[in-house]
Design a binder for this molecule. Structure first.
Ligand SMILES: *Cc1c(COP(=O)(O)O)cnc(C)c1O
Length: 224
């Protein structure tokens, strides 16, 4: 199957899931998760209508952003972000979905301050409390709220999560939506995005309120 057919099929499934849930499919953005995917394939996905892409590594992402700068597309950072790469990430990506600690949030805010901008971020929650994953625990997130909301050069757009592999993802998606509702008042009206759902679980994510789906293999095929 080609990239174009894959995107078409994914879009159809998103639409059906949205309609089942009584949602408007138009409020759901599809992001191509393109770690290891070469620029030519991203170009192909652009040709099939994709406009948003997500990268996991700063250097790999910057190379592709530069190669594809003739295209009107947007790149978000979705991987583990090391402190020493924050400045480069802020300069090259238009948002970070993986703000996983207060320390990282402070660093991004100060990099944004130096650029004189307000930088769009998502807070990543590790709802499965997995050692192997980064992200705020629920408890850490709630106890960090006050400081997170005071970081004046962050523009918090919403929450992101990756459910534990091999478990039913639905309770995790539901919990992320509940937390978004609970803390909406803290961050203001632009705090409304749920970045959740990947190749194996995006229809469930749509049913539970996802607004950005990060999809790799279902579009680009298995990674080597
Ligand atoms: C790789 C990746 C995805 C996409 O995963 P697929 O299973 O290929 O759809 C989404 N989000 C993050 C953070 C990823 O690293």
């Amino acid at each position: 199957m080609g990239i174009r057919e894959n995107i078409q099929r994914v879009r159809e499934r998103i639409e059906r899931a949205a309609l089942r849930a009584g949602r408007n499919p138009g409020e759901i953005r599809l992001m191509g998760a393109t770690k290891t995917v070469p620029p030519e394939k991203i170009r192909e996905a652009y040709g099939a209508g994709l406009r948003l892409f997500g990268e996991n590594r700063v250097q790999e992402g910057i190379r592709k952003i530069q190669e594809l700068k003739d295209l009107p597309i947007e790149f978000h950072f979705i991987g583990v972000l090391q402190s020493n790469k924050v400045r480069k990430a802020v300069e090259n990506f238009s948002a970070v979905h993986s703000v996983s600690s207060l320390k990282l949030a402070r660093k991004i805010s100060s990099a944004a301050l130096q650029k004189g901008i307000s930088y769009p971020v998502f807070f990543e929650l590790n709802l499965g409390a997995e050692e192997s994953k980064s992200g705020f625990s629920e408890k850490e997130f709630f106890s960090s709220l006050e400081e997170l909301s005071s970081l004046s050069n962050l523009k918090p757009l919403g929450l992101m999560t990756i459910p534990p592999l091999g478990e039913d993802p639905q309770p995790y998606f539901i919990r992320l939506r509940e937390i978004l509702e609970e803390v909406k008042g803290v961050f203001g009206p632009q705090f409304k995005e749920l970045s959740m759902g990947m190749s194996d679980d995006y229809e469930i994510a749509v049913e539970e309120g996802a607004t950005i789906l990060r999809i790799g293999r279902a579009i680009f095929g298995e990674r080597k």
